[in-house]
Design a protein around this ligand. Structure first.
Ligand code: AMP
Ligand code: MG
Length: 337
């Protein structure tokens, strides 16, 4: 009887909480993407103030990380051949984080690849296939571990910036006592808590072939970040050249994957890992995940791989939360052993 009364009261308070929560949703453009912040709070005034705070923090980060704003710190690095001293804490955090990722992925994740990516036209939109000599020449200065020694290094945090910004936004939400929110930073999703009615957030994973939803994923307090070759590419002589690069070749990745989604607590990890696992390709990505999870040297994360041949492969932690919608050729769950 006591149990029934307790669960009735819990249900009642949840109902009260969900009714008392006001939704505030605001969109803005930053970091070259459309961003939407949806917050549930006790008053719409609070919600609006928190949205504004998030937007100004994201703007602040863009002022540091932009490769095109002449006043940015990254622009300074790229044009003055040196790392500023003292470093802003945000930049220090990113450089340390990327250094760790570069090492752990054996250089697959590499923000110093920027001059190569630019040569292919991905920053300017003037796409071209550079000569083999030019690529080799540019690759000489892309060793991220020589960050403080190689004066010709240039950086681009395009593969982690949005994930980092989402983590920073999450801090603002928590500081303001928000318990339920959903951030969509250009497809990088960050869910805080559950929905006010107590149910999980439902996130759609894009079908790379038709832009519809390939599978639905239910999450609570998780970052869900996807990297896909379909997001940005150009075509020349029947060949598709995508925006995710293989640092070993200086060419767009020839991955056998169409997309990689990473699910974990941190936006910056999810963002970096989705890019890295994409470049690794199906087999290496699975082996790498097993290794990292076994060594526990990394925060735990789950993955969803959609292969070029139409397979869906995901890690076992997602089994109860994923709902395939697209007719995949096959569906496989990967476990740790
Ligand atoms: P994402 O959409 O998060 O996978 O990031 C892709 C962006 O990161 C690209 O537009 C490039 O600016 C940059 N990028 C491409 N390849 C790599 C790589 N192998 N490592 C780090 N950044 C990369
Ligand atoms: Mg990324």
């Amino acid at each position: 009887m006591r149990k029934i009364v307790v669960s009735f009261l819990a249900g009642l308070s949840l109902l009260f909480l969900s009714c008392s929560q006001k939704k505030t949703s605001e969109s803005f453009t930053a970091m070259n993407t459309f961003m939407t912040v949806s917050i549930y709070s006790s008053s719409s005034k609070t919600g609006e103030a928190v949205c504004r705070q998030i937007q100004s923090r994201v703007d602040e980060l863009e002022q540091i990380l932009s490769t095109t704003l002449p006043s940015s710190d990254v622009y300074f690095i790229n044009h003055n051949s040196k790392i500023p001293s003292p470093l802003k804490p945000e930049l220090k955090l990113l450089l340390d984080f990327c250094g760790q990722m570069y090492e752990k992925t054996d250089g697959v994740f590499n923000p110093a690849l920027y001059p190569v990516i630019r040569e292919w036209g991905f920053t300017t939109g003037e796409y071209k296939v550079p000569s083999a000599e030019k690529i080799q020449e540019l690759l000489l200065h892309t060793d991220f571990s020589k960050l403080y020694d190689d004066e010709k290094i240039e950086l681009d945090f395009g593969a982690v910036g949005k994930g980092y910004a989402a983590d920073e936004a999450l801090l603002i939400l928590e500081e303001n006592g928000i318990k339920s929110a959903l951030l969509d930073f250009g497809g990088n999703i960050q869910a805080l808590g559950k929905k006010p009615d107590g149910s999980l957030w439902k996130v759609g994973i894009k079908n790379p072939w038709d832009g519809q939803v390939a599978c639905a994923l239910s999450v609570e307090s998780k970052a869900v970040v996807t990297s896909g070759g379909y997001e940005r590419f150009f075509e020349k002589d029947g060949e598709r050249y995508i925006h995710i690069f293989d640092p070993a070749t200086g060419h767009p990745s020839q991955s056998d994957l169409e997309s990689v989604t990473i699910v974990c607590e941190s936006g910056i990890y999810a963002d970096a890992l989705s890019t890295a696992l994409f470049v690794m390709g199906k087999d290496k990505a699975i082996v790498w995940w097993k290794k990292q999870m076994a060594e526990k040297s990394f925060p735990a994360f789950d993955f969803i791989l959609i292969t070029k041949s139409g397979e869906l492969i995901y890690s076992e932690g997602l089994s109860d939360f994923i709902e395939p919608i697209y007719q995949f050729v096959s569906i496989e769950t990967v476990s740790l052993n």
